[in-house]
Structure formats: structure tokens, C-alpha cells
Design a protein. Structure first.
Length: 252
């Protein structure tokens, strides 16, 4: 609970520092954005196709075949890929690849006392280190979510073809159930997940102690806490979205 409180304080400091001038973190923001983009795009592509096709696609196809309703597979992928799998897989991959790198980088700086040296020099570590990572991860997870949705839908197409289903009914039920709420809700959820990754990983990195072993422990804890936070936030976000937009509860 103490760590959760500290992370909330860090979140407030980060948002305040991001909005308050000056803005010296432009170069670091671009660097972190390109760093995450280079590391994550291919693992995300493979993971999204494999998970969308392998688990929900084939299992849903088998289930719907029992009821003679395989043409509803497109509507199922609105619920699975767009609302849940896209944001969740994007965040898991970003946390596992980029989040661990951020924690290890900041943890190593903490062990070498570089963060203390910055404070002695009058440089705010939150504004110069946390804010660019916070903004870059929020932006990259939102963009990667769209990327994941495209290839998640491609996994649904593969599933439909495996069952010998023509793509006309798939697209018909897919677009009949897709709304702008589904799209922006998916992107906003992913951006919030990116903010969670940034705060948790930066906090664990900046509070690491105990040498190289402590950095490794901080990396492990950052990933586990991020995954748990995804589940908790996803429940609250989904309940709120469904309560404020009841029309998306109707499956056509």
C-alpha cells in the first residue's frame, strides 16, 4: 500500500512536470519513442496474430459451429480483439520489453548514484527522465493498439478461412457491431496502460537498491505489478465504459 501511494504521488508529480514549463525533454522523448518502436513492433505483430487466431479464433469457431452460427465470428472479434485482446496484448508486450528496459536503465543509474548527482546539480529527475518516458509510452501504446487491432482482425480472418467460412458474413457482423466507442475506448485504454507501465517501471527503477541483484529484483517486480495493475484498471475501465455507453452491450 505504501508503494501504491508513492506511485500515485509520482503520477501527480509527472503530470504536473509535463504541463509546467520549461520543456527540456523533447530529445529524450523522441529517443524513447524510437527505442520502444524499434523493440516492440515485430514481437507485437507475431503475438497479436498468434493469440487472436490461436485461442479466441479457433475456440470461438468451434463453439459457434455447434450452433450453426459461424457467421457471427466477426461480431465475436469486436468483443475479443477490439475491446480486450488488442489493448491487453499491446500492453503486455510493451511492459515485458520496453518496461523492463526502462526499469533496468533507471535502476542502474540509481545504483551508480547518477540520480543523486542530477539532484545535486539542480536537475529534476522526474521532469528530465520520467516525463519523456511517460509521454512516449502513452503515445506508443495508443499507436501500437491500432497496429494490434489490424493484425488481430487478420487473425480472425485466418480463423474464418480455416473453418471454410466466406468472409462476407464475417465482415457483415464485424461492422454491424463495431462502433466509434469501441475504437476510442480501445485506444484510451491502451494509453492508460502505457501510463501505468511508465509510472510503475520508473518508480521501481528509481527506488532500486542492493546492486545488480537489486536491479534484477526491481525489473521482476515492475513487470508483475504492471500486469496486476492492468487487470485492476481494466475491470474499472470496462465497467465504466459499459455503464456510460449501454448501446455497445447489444450484440447485433
Amino acid at each position: 500500500m505504501e508503494e501504491v501511494g508513492d506511485m500515485m504521488i509520482l503520477t501527480g508529480r509527472t503530470i504536473t512536470s509535463a504541463l509546467r514549463p520549461p520543456y527540456p525533454y523533447g530529445g529524450e522523448f523522441v529517443s524513447q519513442f524510437l527505442f520502444v518502436l524499434r523493440l516492440v513492433w515485430f514481437p507485437l505483430l507475431v503475438t497479436t496474430i498468434a493469440i487472436s487466431y490461436g485461442a479466441p479464433g479457433l475456440q470461438a469457431g468451434n463453439f459457434l459451429t455447434l450452433f450453426g452460427a459461424l457467421d457471427r465470428l466477426g461480431g465475436f472479434f469486436v468483443l475479443a480483439a477490439v475491446r480486450e485482446i488488442g489493448p491487453l496484448i499491446t500492453s503486455l508486450v510493451v511492459a515485458g520489453i520496453a518496461g523492463t528496459a526502462i526499469t533496468a536503465d533507471l535502476g542502474a543509474r540509481k545504483i551508480r548514484e547518477e540520480l543523486d548527482a542530477l539532484q545535486v546539480l539542480g536537475v529534476d529527475p522526474v521532469k528530465n527522465l520520467v516525463v519523456p518516458r511517460f509521454l512516449s509510452l502513452m503515445l506508443i501504446t495508443g499507436l501500437f493498439d491500432l497496429f494490434a487491432l489490424l493484425f488481430g482482425i487478420f487473425g480472425g480472418i485466418l480463423a474464418a478461412l480455416v473453418f471454410g467460412q466466406p468472409l462476407g458474413p464475417f465482415w457483415d457482423t464485424f461492422f454491424a457491431n463495431t462502433t466509434t466507442v469501441d475504437l476510442w475506448g480501445s485506444v484510451v485504454k491502451s494509453m492508460c496502460f502505457g501510463a501505468i507501465i511508465a509510472i510503475v517501471c520508473c518508480y521501481k527503477g528509481m527506488t532500486a537498491s542492493g546492486g545488480a541483484e537489486g536491479v534484477g529484483r526491481a525489473v521482476n517486480q515492475a513487470v508483475v505489478i504492471s500486469f496486476l495493475a492492468f487487470g485492476a484498471f481494466n475491470y474499472v475501465f470496462t465497467q465504466t465504459l459499459l455503464a456510460t455507453h449501454p448501446n455497445i452491450l447489444v450484440i447485433k
